[in-house]
Design a protein. Structure first.
Length: 230
């Protein structure tokens, strides 16, 4: 027996009691209706915080025939890999159970902590980031180390400068598995790589953030200027 058509999945939403059980508001997030089918994705419903550019979309995808939450924080859009389920009712039960946690993880108005693996680097004592400008041209400081974002594959984003008008961005992350600091860029929403800010695992943990500070002082503003010009 084949997988159901995405239009059949959408048609079945009207009888799904899960949607009536979703609370209209959770913390700083408001429930909004789904936006329907776009390509391989059915958007079922979403929780949105317009003020902080954060949202949680509840979706079904024909890429893998799974129900899955999709998180958006600024220009970062990623699926929560812990809640991929093909069974509709199992997905519903776990979302209702975990909804406060899911939203708390992307509530950028709240303090967050990284996993214990990151503590040896001394993020809690790293005050250099507080000297960084809050605005550079059209780039605004969007994510800071006191409110890091748990991202993909063991990475935590702890600094993010974004030009939301043009879709330009540079962000800085720590990967707990590789024990490395690195940066990624976007130009007009298109992802780009850079190794200018890499701090490898060979650098002693207690020196990693100091080394990153040196690289930020040397290259950060020029990197943002180059993104604006390109």
């Amino acid at each position: 027996m084949g997988q159901p058509n995405i239009t059949e999945i959408e048609a079945g939403l009207k009888d799904w009691d899960f949607l009536t059980k979703l609370p209209p508001r959770v913390g700083n997030f408001e429930l909004v209706p789904g936006t329907g089918i776009k390509g391989q994705i059915l958007n079922i419903a979403a929780y949105v915080n317009e003020a902080t550019r954060c949202r949680l979309d509840l979706t079904y995808t024909t890429e893998t025939f799974d129900y899955v939450p999709v998180k958006t924080v600024g220009l970062h859009v990623f699926r929560d890999e812990r809640l991929f389920y093909r069974e509709r009712d199992k997905f519903a039960a776990l979302v209702l159970q975990d909804l406060p946690r899911l939203l708390d993880e992307i509530d950028m108005e709240k303090h967050h902590d990284m996993n214990w693996e990151a503590q040896t680097l001394g993020f809690d004592k790293w005050d250099f980031w507080r000297t960084l400008p809050k605005q550079v041209g059209d780039f605004e400081l969007f994510i800071t180390p006191d409110k890091p974002l748990a991202y993909l594959n063991g990475s935590y984003i702890f600094l993010d400068y974004t030009d939301f008008k043009r879709g330009n961005q540079i962000y800085f992350a720590y990967n707990i598995y590789r024990n490395e600091l690195f940066a990624e860029k976007k130009h007009e929403y298109f992802p780009l790589t850079t190794n200018v800010f890499d701090v490898s695992k060979s650098v002693k943990d207690e020196r990693k953030l100091d080394r990153l500070a040196e690289l930020l002082e040397a290259h950060l503003q020029r990197t943002m200027q180059d993104l604006e010009k390109s």
